[in-house]
Design a protein around this ligand. Structure first.
Ligand code: PMV
Length: 325
């Protein structure tokens, strides 16, 4: 599949301008256990969008989150992005010169919505577009993965796959992706705890536990079983059962040590106000949480309760796949 459609290419006065875009992602189930070969289910999150704009310039500059300066001087925290920019120019045999790269995001950084993968995805797309070159899905995945390896250490590849594919995925590390329909009569609320997560740290803490005691291996296996149970529930289109699975997943993630008091409070608040299930999403230890609710009225009630309980932002999406298969 080629990505011309998500790319915009235009000339502004005499200056060349190109744009690349990416959606964020939400992991419904299977974060952390996916690192150990268990399945995960993730969906694109259209409320979160990254736009990279490239314009002609007399140097190589980068504007991204809190940084605005020369690419060469970018801080350590942007190393994944800096490397993917360099590797993309290598890939297309172009000298890295005379470009201003500007990244704008509706996704807060480090909130478990795939922002690092989305930033890399939008930027690779913008660079290919700038040079008017066709970009295959395989090359895009390879390049986004370079950034993810730097940012996350040993990523499962789930974030990269979901932002590149822009489809709901049932994902097992190293295997072919399986797209599926997540349509059911329910709504998903995403809430930002306002705290930065740290996926690399969370993944390494889970690894230590996993290697130290068999009970943690069992928790990981249980999380995998829950994902497979959820797959059946998606066929049945049963939100009540999905909510129960989400609650069980949250218990195992808590037992693995990746929840925290803020997430627990928002999970509790959601359930108290009528959610069918609630859990963290992504790396945890901050970041975002999700809650499943039956209808729009409950969605509004839970969203308001989450904000009152301290969530910085909430988003509501209907559980429906576009272009179902
Ligand atoms: O924190 P995020 O949104 O980047 O998600 C990380 C998901 C993990 O399963 C914890 C790690 C991984 O590589 O899949």
């Amino acid at each position: 599949m080629l990505h011309h459609l998500s790319l915009v290419y235009l000339y502004n006065m005499s200056n060349k301008v190109a744009v690349g875009k990416s959606l964020g992602k939400i992991i419904l189930l299977g974060e952390h256990s996916v690192v150990y070969g268990e399945p995960a289910i993730a969906i694109p999150f259209p409320s979160a969008e990254i736009t990279t704009t490239i314009t002609e310039s007399d140097s190589v500059s980068l504007k991204c989150f809190n940084y605005d300066g020369q690419l060469a001087d970018a801080p350590e925290v942007l190393l994944g992005l800096k490397t993917v920019i360099e590797k993309t120019f290598d890939e297309i045999n172009q000298p890295l010169e005379n470009v201003a790269i500007n990244i704008e995001s509706t996704i807060p950084a480090e909130r478990g919505m795939g922002s690092s993968a989305a930033v890399a995805n939008a930027t690779v797309r913008a660079i290919y577009n700038y040079f008017n070159m066709q970009l295959s899905e395989q090359t895009l995945l390879k390049l986004v993965d370079i950034s993810e390896k730097i940012v996350h250490g040993n990523p499962s590849g789930l974030d990269a796959s979901i932002v590149v594919k822009e489809r709901p995925l049932y994902y097992i590390k190293g295997q072919d992706f399986e797209q599926f329909s997540f349509s059911m009569d329910a709504y998903l609320i995403v809430a930002d705890t306002g705290e930065k997560g740290n996926t690399k740290f969370a993944v390494s803490e889970v690894r230590k536990k996993y290697d130290s005691d068999d009970k943690y291996k069992q928790y990981v296996a249980q999380l995998g079983t829950l994902v497979n149970n959820a797959r059946e529930v998606f066929i049945e289109k049963n939100p009540v059962k999905l909510g129960t699975i989400m609650n069980e997943a949250q218990s195992y993630l808590s037992a693995l040590g990746v929840s925290n008091a803020t997430i627990d409070n928002l999970v509790f608040t959601s359930l108290l106000h009528g959610a069918l299930g609630a859990k963290l999403t992504g790396g945890g230890l901050g970041g975002c949480m999700i809650a499943l609710v039956q209808d729009e009225t409950v969605a509004k009630r839970v969203s308001e309760a989450l904000i009152t309980a301290g969530a910085h932002d909430t988003w509501v999406m209907k559980m429906e796949s576009k272009g179902e298969i």
